[in-house]
Design a protein around this ligand. Sequence first.
Ligand SMILES: Cc1cc2nc3c(=O)[nH]c(=O)nc-3n(C[C@H](O)[C@H](O)[C@H](O)COP(=O)(O)OP(=O)(O)OC[C@H]3O[C@@H](n4cnc5c(N)ncnc54)[C@H](O)[C@@H]3O)c2cc1C
Length: 397
Amino acid sequence: MDRDADVIISGAGPAGTIAAWHLQKSGISTLILEKSSFPRYKVCGAGLTHKILSIIPFDLSEVIHTTVHDFRFSSGYTDVYTRTSELPLMYCTMRDELDDFLLAKAGEAGARVRTSEKVTEISQDAGGVSVKTDKGVYRSLFMIGADGASSRVARTFGLNSDIEWGMAWEAEVKSTPEMLQKYACTVFLDWGTFPGGYAWIFPKKDHFSIGIGGPAHMARRMPAYYEKFLSSTGIPVLETISNRSHPLPVRTRKAEFHSGRVLVAGDAAGLTDALTGEGIFWAVTSGIIAAEVIKCSLDRENPDLAMYSERINSEVMPEMLEAKHIGALFNAVPLRIHHWVRDSERVWRAFGKVLRGERSFIDVPLAFGKWKFLWNPLCLLASVIQKRKEKKYMNNA
Ligand SMILES: Cc1cc2nc3c(=O)[nH]c(=O)nc-3n(C[C@H](O)[C@H](O)[C@H](O)COP(=O)(O)OP(=O)(O)OC[C@H]3O[C@@H](n4cnc5c(N)ncnc54)[C@H](O)[C@@H]3O)c2cc1C
């Protein structure tokens, strides 16, 4: 078959560029098609938990703005305390810089990159995949849909079932140099105020990224929550540079993540976690798995990407499902957990270990020891309580 690349990748976010880098390093040619021109602003808090360092194959220091050691927690805008970790917990960047950096790395590894070119149609046959854009038509053996939350690839192949939609809202805010210096290592987290969601402030080198995330059906209440949260922090706003929302896709069940020679990764696969909304780590993880599976499939007479769905279901989905459980439990008894994090060294250390990748969500039920059997019924009950709280909050508008 005449082809433009072994693998065509739609989307140059972290899922697409990391997959391209790994494929190129294995001698597999890639063509990245990206609808925007780079660098491009992306609505995102751009907080990287420490655990991502173990899976990103580059030194990210040139795009890291700040290193986070402190968390300033509040609940209902009050009950404020700050917890500190000697070890770094998170790193804050801006997505235009991070994504441009990762795209450059993919390009250096040999990936062909066509930006400002939107994928409009995809079809496949026994020999490969045909991809139509607003500028041309391309052929490849495989395709990775890394085209984000509204993925055309996922929609074309019906790979978008069982997704629960969250919504997150992000403002980039200029403040005073004193405030930026004071909070350069601090993440603000207000939780237990907005059922099913929370508010954050991430420090950047010259501004703060301030956001609200929660269930999509509660989006109309987010601006009011944002205003109250911001005024409770005492952070003066000199200028709001940007202020936008974007959907958060959360996969709620194990599913098919491939169809024939096409697979989806990152947000296109619905891989943001329901507890924190973290998606960059999962975009990178699924991009790596995609590259590994395609590498094995290329050598086969009858290529098959079923292994990709199997690996996402066994390596990623258990974390996604447990994040949803923990989120429901938190939302059922938020104040109790807020005070637990304040009062218990063990709980605060566990919080840090999850961010650092030394523990994961699937370890949480294990902490219940012999009472572990109660975990699933408890989570079920908690999710009913959470739905009620969401309804009550919306009715009190
Ligand atoms: C407000 C907000 C805050 C967030 N904060 C965080 C955070 O702090 N930490 C974190 O880990 N996660 C965060 N997330 C989630 C994170 O942004 C996503 O999970 C992550 O961007 C997913 O990466 P991706 O590569 O799958 O997709 P994306 O980064 O969305 O990249 C997809 C790319 O595909 C391109 N594209 C789309 N359609 C086409 C097409 N038809 N043809 C060609 N190209 C196309 C897009 O232009 C885009 O560049 C946040 C999300 C939101 C909305």
